[in-house]
Design a protein around this ligand. Structure first.
Ligand SMILES: *Cc1c(COP(=O)(O)O)cnc(C)c1O
Length: 411
């Protein structure tokens, strides 16, 4: 610094010209960037509100739980049509604390699906219980009530005595078929923990995700529809007793302070994240509508692209799908398509490439390839496309155009 100023200026000018030229060529080549998710547009809208609120948290020097977390808990309980909510440190911890509050331990088994994010099955194992998997519905990718019933019906009496709960996952933003699931669970006296991490505000027969079972588990991970600026989560429940137990477990099982009748953990949510989530909650319905409109536009674009023999679109079976993800299933060459789209500047993701029963860490459960054919097929044939509300029509068109180009080129 400080030497050869004139030269520097000339260099930076040249650099700027190059940048502009590059930009121009990009426009001329019609290359467009469509990231899988871009939160910057959303942030620009709420930035002033967030900065003001965060500044107030700094000034208060009150960081953990407290009035900001309590008011968020009320807002989320209302939004989810639930009586209570307990803010926790993540969606994973929401699952973990719900299992702990149900007294599920090494003597128990818990049924869930093999096609989900790891945390669902991982939390069951972390409380010492054994996960039992049941296959999914091929259209919604959610727990198949028929498979659930068949699995329970086939259980010998001793195994049935160990079974204590069911964790249906509302995958991609659509509720599981809860009526038959709840009926089976009632018949067998099983606790129902809804993994609603991807489904805040999703509805089933007029009921909201997280309000139908005994516990509803939500995540504020930034890529979820209601994301914090870091980790966070919340548990909803309609039971006063469960609510009290969750609150105790969140703070090492103490009540009053330093008197522990339960062994809990540190599962606390902080004021800063609560403030961010609370501000975002006011916009959630608008953003959800944006996602639904994008899904609608994708459907129209795919229909006129004539790809129906190779691309299957998401099936909307239940009320109010909130489209945390827009996941297509392709007949062939999923991974090549993903690479092709990546080269064209389009971000996609595979949720999830290895179903839980085939994960190395669950090999002791003795499942094998072929045990859950629907989950395995989904793992190797589905692809999530960008769906966030700020996407432009041109970007949506570009995604479908490129998918069409790929299959025309290859077939
Ligand atoms: C994101 C997610 C979780 C875990 O949430 P975190 O906040 O990341 O711990 C659990 N289950 C499902 C289905 C998820 O998508």
């Amino acid at each position: 610094m400080g030497t050869g100023e004139a030269g520097d200026e000339k260099d930076s000018c040249k650099w700027f010209q190059t940048l502009k030229a590059c930009h121009q060529t990009r426009i001329l080549n019609h290359t467009m960037k469509v990231p899988l998710l871009d939160l910057k547009g959303q942030y620009s809208v709420i930035k002033d509100e967030i900065l003001k609120a965060v500044h107030e948290v700094f000034e208060s020097q009150y960081f953990i739980l407290g009035p900001r977390v309590e008011s968020l808990e009320k807002e989320i309980a209302d939004y989810c049509f639930s009586k209570h909510a307990v803010g926790v440190s993540s969606g994973t911890d929401a699952l973990l604390i719900s299992l702990m509050a149900s007294d599920i331990d090494h003597q128990n088994t818990v049924i869930t699906v093999p096609y989900t994010f790891f945390a669902t099955a991982g939390s069951i194992s972390r409380v010492g219980a054994r996960p039992i998997f049941v296959d999914i519905d091929p259209e919604t990718y959610n727990m198949s009530p028929e498979c659930l019933e068949r699995t329970i019906d086939a259980m010998p009496r001793a195994e049935l005595a160990r079974l204590k709960g069911v964790v249906p996952v509302h995958l991609y933003g659509q509720c599981s078929d809860m009526d038959p699931i709840l009926k089976i669970c009632k018949d067998y006296n099983l606790v129902v923990i809804e993994d609603a991490a991807q489904a805040i505000g999703a509805e089933y027969n007029g009921k909201r995700a997280g309000s139908m079972g005994d516990f509803g588990c939500f995540s504020f991970f930034p890529s979820k529809n209601l994301g914090a600026f870091g980790d966070g989560g919340i548990v909803t429940t309609n039971s006063e007793k469960r609510y009290e137990k969750l609150r105790m477990l969140r703070g090492h099982g103490a009540h009053p302070k330093y008197y522990h009748s339960l062994i809990g953990g540190n599962f606390r949510l902080d004021a800063f994240q609560a403030e961010v989530v609370s501000i975002k909650l006011k916009y959630l319905d608008i953003w959800t509508r944006g996602r639904q409109e994008n899904a609608h536009k994708y459907r129209a674009l795919f229909n006129s692209a004539g790809l129906s023999d190779v691309v299957e679109l998401p099936v909307e079976k239940e009320d109010r799908h909130i489209y945390n993800q827009f996941v297509i299933r392709v007949k062939r060459k999923r991974d090549d398509l993903r690479g092709f789209l990546n080269d064209a500047g389009i971000g996609t993701e595979v949720y999830y490439p290895v179903p839980m029963h085939l994960q190395k860490c669950f090999s002791h459960l003795n499942y094998k390839k072929g045990d859950f054919p629907v989950a395995e097929h989904a793992a190797s044939h589905t692809l999530a496309l960008p769906i966030y509300p700020e996407l432009s029509d041109a970007q949506l068109e570009y995604v479908v155009e490129k998918i069409k180009a790929f299959y025309l080129k290859k077939s």
